[in-house]
Design a protein around this ligand. Structure first.
Ligand code: F6R
Length: 617
């Protein structure tokens, strides 16, 4: 939700900031803007629409050379995505420029106060209030750092602010509360960004700021303080080295990041399994900071997440309950705390989030910790807020996910959920060691299975081409196939903008079957034959929709010949255990959505109205 960039150093700031914004654009693409300090004044440009509009404006009317700059790519919250509402916003005398990610909840009261004092605000945004407040403070003699501390003490909500003062051209000052901000420490240059991909081309040394901190950067220095102006304790922020490089954040020959990320899944699974079991298949989750005693005491698990992460939670429930016999609840993070859930010290809350910044999930875990429950994060983004505020974390080593629709993020969330379930089973003794080792071996085979599906992508692409004119698609599944049906539908909705619905196949006859009409494409995820009842019931469901004219696109394991005669199109899946089938069944659905959206001419990486990291509630 909004990408922000700051830079101080010897390079031409415009180039560095725009390059950073290009890598941040997945976070929001309603408008973009940049401000530089040149010759004691602020030079700024901003444009509604994608970054390309700003780049065009800069090409037609270049900004002057400068060594200090800030930039922003926006996902609109307050005010429509117009030129006027685009960031940066300037103070009354155009001395201070500010970019902002998040929501200032008390902005209406602050704005009214400013207007009473004679300020005229130009935009409808909450951000401009911060610009005016900061500028008033520096006009009264405060440094920009002091001004930021003073203003942040007055702000409510979640925010990252990055500001420049044209009277102090060698510094950029930023602050964060419940919203991401990282510092990139280069050689004689320093960067600020929402995430490290903005500056990974320049440095891999990063510093992750703590909650409620202000940071002042210059070419050679980084100073961190709290909102009261006290220097921050050294253990309240963290220096780290990023273990992936620029090539991981580039498209590498693919037309879309999403397609590249779908194809990276075999490697992502391998990386997520690495070092997490020994040669005998016994799990070793060394990074888990919850003791075995605490895990043995767990009497209920609640899995929270949003969107695709919520579907990973649904899959996890089937596996974890089966392996551990611990009751699991699945909850949308934004519904969680409002229903006053029953939480005790023995409840384990598992928060699943690719970005680690989803505000709904963050608020859910804060609520859980207030109630003294333990929180374990499953997260892909090192150092992000959710793992930092959790008691324990299992990182999914998918590498950077840039495409807005989650693919390898989801795949590795599944891996982490399975590892967690097996680890709990091992610690609590609900599965024998050889049973666990057997499932671990199956997980180790997954990269090869997924690769086989990717090698057959042309078949799915051809189907997408054929169906590119369709206006509606249904997805059916049972058991672990149900969340995959939901995931297949979500991908199609968000990328192809067509009506798509996922259903538990058993639910059809209770209403949704009325949607079926002649030639309606219906994807059917058939469970492996090991669970005969499940398989047979699914086959009945396929027959029911086919009898009503649907075009059935059946995903069934190799060797399952029973389904052949009910399938108008057949997509073969590798033979895997039922609980692990989501890892293979989701792949053709990801490919289908990516290709169909491409065929329709949509921007697959940046679907309309969306943003990668949803940092507002
Ligand atoms: C859909 C998608 C979203 C995210 C959701 C949670 O393709 O990507 O539904 O899964 O916004 O995001 P994270 O996992 O970052 O918390």
């Amino acid at each position: 939700m909004c990408g922000i960039v700051g830079y101080v150093g010897p390079q031409q700031a415009e180039g560095v900031v725009v390059e950073g914004l290009r890598r941040m654009e997945y976070r929001g693409y309603d408008s973009a803007g940049i401000a530089l300090v040149h010759d004691g004044a602020i030079a700024a440009r901003k444009r509604a629409g994608k970054l390309a509009n700003l780049e065009k404006a800069l090409a037609e009317d270049p900004l002057p050379r400068a060594c200090t700059g800030i930039g922003h790519t926006r996902w609109a919250t307050h005010g429509a995505p117009t030129d006027r509402n685009a960031h940066p916003h300037l103070g009354a005398g155009h001395r201070v420029a500010v970019v902002h990610n998040g929501i200032i909840e008390n902005f209406a009261a602050l704005r009214a106060g400013l207007e009473r004092d004679g300020h005229e605000l130009e935009s409808e945004t909450d951000t401009e209030v911060a610009a005016h407040l900061l500028e008033s403070a520096v006009q009264s003699g405060a440094t920009l750092t002091e001004a930021m501390q003073q203003v942040c003490r007055r702000l409510e909500g979640a925010f990252t602010l990055v500001a420049l003062d044209c009277h102090d051209p060698d510094r950029v000052v930023a602050a964060r509360r419940s919203s991401p901000l990282v510092v990139g420490v280069g050689d004689g240059e320093t960067f600020l960004a929402s995430d490290v991909s903005a500056f990974i081309a320049h440095t891999r040394d990063a510093l992750e700021l703590g909650q409620d901190q202000v940071v002042t950067i210059s070419r050679d220095a980084v100073e961190v303080s709290d909102f009261d102006g006290r220097p921050a304790r050294a253990d309240s922020y963290r220096a780290y080295h990023v273990d992936w490089d620029l090539s991981a954040a580039e498209k590498g020959g693919y037309d879309w990041f999403m397609r590249k990320e779908i194809h990276e899944q075999p490697a992502a699974i391998t990386d997520s399994m690495l070092g997490r079991h020994d040669a005998e298949g016994a799990l070793q989750l060394d990074e888990l900071r919850i003791t075995e005693g605490e895990l043995r005491a767990v009497d209920k698990i609640i899995l929270v997440g949003c969107g695709t992460a919520n579907y990973a939670s649904m899959v996890a429930k089937y596996a974890i309950e089966h392996w551990t016999r611990i009751p699991c609840e699945v909850e949308l993070a934004h519904e969680f705390r409002y229903r006053d859930p029953i939480l005790t010290r023995d409840t384990l809350v598992v928060a699943i989030s690719q970005s680690g910044e989803t505000a709904d999930t963050l608020m859910a875990i804060r609520h859980a910790r207030q109630q003294r429950s333990k929180v374990l994060a499953i997260c892909n983004t090192n150092g992000s807020t959710i793992p930092r505020e959790s008691d324990a974390v299992i990182y999914t080593h998918a590498g950077p996910e840039i495409g807005v629709a989650s693919t390898k993020g989801f795949m590795t969330q599944l891996v982490a959920c399975y590892l967690l379930g097996l680890y709990l089973a091992q610690v609590r003794g609900t599965k024998y060691g050889d049973e666990i080792a057997q499932i671990v071996r199956e997980l180790d085979r997954m990269p090869a299975h997924v690769q086989r599906l990717l090698d057959a992508a042309d078949e799915v692409n051809a189907l997408a081409e054929e169906l590119s004119g369709t206006r509606s698609v249904l997805f059916l599944g049972r058991h672990t196939g149900f969340p995959i049906a939901l995931e297949g539908a979500l991908k199609l909705k968000e990328l192809a903008y067509i009506h798509a619905e996922g259903f538990a196949a058993g639910e059809l006859k209770h209403g949704p079957i009325a949607l079926v009409e002649d030639r309606l494409p219906v994807f059917c995820v058939v469970p492996p034959r090991g669970r005969d009842q499940l398989h047979d019931k699914m086959v009945s469901g396929i027959q029911e929709v086919r009898a009503r004219g649907a075009r059935t696109i059946v995903l069934a394991e190799e060797g399952d010949d029973e389904v052949t005669r009910y399938a108008d199109d057949l997509i073969r899946l590798p033979v895997v255990p039922t609980l692990l089938q989501p890892m293979v069944a989701v792949v053709p659905l990801q490919l289908f959505a990516c290709e169909l959206a491409s065929r329709k001419g949509h921007d697959v990486d940046q679907p309309r109205n969306l943003a990668k990291s949803v940092t507002v509630e």
